[in-house]
Write a new protein. Sequence first.
Length: 337
Amino acid sequence: MRNLPRVQALAGLRVIDMATVFAGPGAARHLADFGADVVKVESPTGDGVRRMGWFPPEGGDSYTWKLLGRNKRAVVLDLKTDAGLDALLRLADSADVLVENFRPGTIERLGLGPDVLLARNPRLVVLRVTGFGQDGPYASKPGFATIAEAMSGFAAINGEPDGAPLLPPIALTDEVAALAGAFAVMVALRARDASGEGQVVDVNLLESMIQMMSALPSAAAHLDYEHPRLGSGIPYSVPRGTYRCGDGEWIAISGVGGLGHLAVQYAKVMGLHICAIDIDDSNVKTVGSQSLGGCFAKAAGSTRDNGYALWHRNLSQCLVRSDIHTSLSAIIAGVRQ
């Protein structure tokens, strides 16, 4: 097989990243990963993410910066000076995309508003990332991932049934908004291919998280449905959860809602003797008089071999990795195979 030259999909695309922290720079990072020429604009004091999170033993910038700044070129501009503003405008004149995440109205006050940018470069796509969007009652409020996770309802449905609402231990909202921003930019660029005109793309953290809530907002609006906290459970997928094995390891098992025959296969592999299955609204709920989830919890707890049997028969199970390094090693090994 011939080794064909690698062509990066976004080669030739120029992006100016003047955003800070996670979501905006994350969107630019996704574009850079596919070959876009991303110029990262930093203040004279440097981007704060360089000093955020975990650091290599030898010192230097944080791992968070290494993630968000990868495949980018950096330039220092002081936007509080005329020279800095002029340099930014000249960069934008030849760019395809500009990414910013200031509070609404800030870049307008600097003289860098979309009206100015698009007048100079009509083909420019301007991605604006904020907490709540460019208009509306919350537009001027600061937006953080925690706020979006709480206001979207995401925290309310996470956690154990008798526990408190639970926030994710990672910057989930920022990562989701970064993906939404990168996708929206590509949509705007496709529109530019047809019209020849750029546009402003408005992405916010709250709406990005609401998109993650699937059909729950619709169920709440039309059915007055209030989703309970179920731990690892999902109402329409049984069995689904993490189960501790006899040797102390944990496995994750995922059923498929509406497919009762798969639940039967799960049960047989794990040695459950089924005397009756109750299917309610196409969802397998019970085996005999016990909840199906409870049956699997007992069977999984007997031996990890039961869980591995599911994996080897192409049913949805995996070992819950106890640390990220082990998880990454397993993923890399699987890809190499």
